[in-house]
Design a protein around this ligand. Structure first.
Ligand SMILES: [Zn+2]
Length: 445
């Protein structure tokens, strides 16, 4: 098979930024040659654009089958390659059926067929009563499991109780897969007053201690069962110390936060702006500064979008009602520029982005030996982007099914020039050059 060569002054490798030529053969990185090496193939010279391992987002709600009017495989995975995402992992909700049985998983795989423009893995779900489905779902190829400790937003995915987790965790641990947990342990707390349009009132309705209580419970269960636990979308900085302590003890605990917790602050969110509604909520600047520090310190492992779109009426666009609005932020396509824009202001460099968006998420999904790095033998899944260039996000750029996102109108740094999937260029300066090259990523032990 023919070889492909990509030349850049800024290749991000685990050893740092280097000048060189990436030689690709049969979809894999064959070697990284000196910048002025002679090669017997056509060279794609991308100048000083950054060449980085493709973005891996392990937290995406594609919602197909069943809620395809919210999002779908076709639109989500197009958005992915337009944004430099070469692998994403679909959540077991809000599709219908939810992915809590083998039958439902088979339905999802069938729905995904011929619609994958990037690589897509799948999480299974843990709900009350589905313990017997865990082993069969693993055999069928899920990469791990997701559970909620509070109402998930849809009634067909009820939250797990501690007893349900105690049944499931030994099985998941046996296979060394992760259990992803939405950590909010709700009680009957309600704010005294709640003006439906007020962001501050919405924020008060989901207190930090719900997250902190849930995280403490999951750390205890992680220790007891030695089951890999992954805390999704950490928002409360109050839990950072407990997480750091658990990690110091060597517990198999990992943590992600979301771009929106690092980009926005509650103080700046106007009333009625329901495109910002998510759970847990975007909190105040002082809290978010601590999230940044924890990310830099490695206490938070990586950043994932939690892309969770819904149609405009469900998002209450127009009424601005935070009580009724669907909680979920749409941002998949802009994972890289959003994080980079915020990171750049805090003195971070492109290597940090590679660690937070590629290298560390690859470990969660068990693909650290084939994805997430530019290294010999790794899959040639690449994003080529310009960190100095900026753009203003307009609706016509958005490939998601719905054009609602809190980043609309923002100036973002980091323009994605090209996306390569297994050694084939699939996106080139605004144009999809090759579709349908995505593969389902199934875990076969
Ligand atoms: Zn989610």
């Amino acid at each position: 098979m023919s070889q492909i060569a990509i030349k850049s002054t800024d290749i991000i490798t685990p050893e740092g930024i280097m000048k060189g030529i990436i030689l690709i053969e049969n979809g894999l990185i064959k070697s990284i040659l000196p910048y002025d090496a002679m090669v017997d193939t056509v060279i794609t010279d991308v100048g000083d654009s950054v060449v980085m391992a493709g973005v891996i987002d392990p937290h995406v709600h594609i919602n197909e089958p069943g809620r395809t009017d919210w999002e779908g495989f076709n639109t989500a995975t197009r958005a992915a390659i337009a944004g430099g995402l070469t692998t994403l992992v679909d959540m077991p909700l809000n599709s219908a059926p939810v992915t809590t049985s083998v039958a439902a998983f088979e339905e999802k795989l069938a729905a995904a067929k011929n619609q994958l423009h990037t690589n897509v893995g799948f999480w299974g779900g843990i709900i009350p009563g589905n313990t017997d489905e865990i082993e069969p779902l693993i055999k069928k190829g899920v990469l791990g499991f997701k559970a909620f400790l509070t109402h998930s937003g849809i009634d067909d995915f009820p939250n797990a109780t501690e007893a349900d987790l105690r049944k499931g965790m030994p099985i998941i641990a046996k296979h060394n897969l992760p259990l992803l947990v939405h950590c909010e342990l709700t009680d009957d707390f309600k704010p005294e007053q709640w003006d439906a349009q007020s962001y501050q009132d919405y924020l008060s309705s989901r207190p930090k201690y719900w997250e902190d209580d849930a995280i403490n419970l999951m750390i205890a269960l992680c220790e007891e069962y030695r089951c890999r636990v992954h805390i999704v979308h950490l928002s409360s900085a109050n839990s950072i110390a407990a997480i750091a302590k658990a990690k110091q003890k060597g517990l198999p605990l990992t943590v992600e936060t979301g771009q929106h917790y690092l980009f926005f602050n509650a103080e700046d969110i106007a009333d009625g702006q329901t495109q910002f509604k998510c759970a847990p909520p975007v909190r105040e600047k002082q809290n978010n500064d601590q999230l940044w520090q924890a990310l830099k310190d490695g206490i938070i492992d990586f950043v994932a979008t939690d892309h969770s779109p819904a149609p405009p009426d469900l998002k209450q666009i127009g009424t601005g009602d935070f009580k009724k609005a669907w909680g979920g932020i749409a941002s998949l396509q802009f994972a890289l520029p959003v994080l980079w824009t915020a990171a750049k202001q805090r003195g971070c460099i492109a290597n940090d982005i590679a660690k937070w968006l590629s290298e560390n998420p690859a470990k969660l999904i068990g693909k650290q030996k084939s994805k997430g790095k530019i290294a010999v033998g790794y899959d040639a899944d690449l994003v080529i982007w310009n960190p100095e260039q900026s753009f203003t996000l307009t609706e016509d750029q958005i490939q998601h099914k719905h054009k609602i996102t809190p980043y609309l109108g923002r100036e973002l740094y980091g323009v994605v020039k090209q996306t390569w999937l297994g050694g084939t260029k699939v996106f080139d300066n605004g144009i999809f050059t090759q579709l349908n090259l995505g593969q389902p990523i199934l875990n076969h032990e």
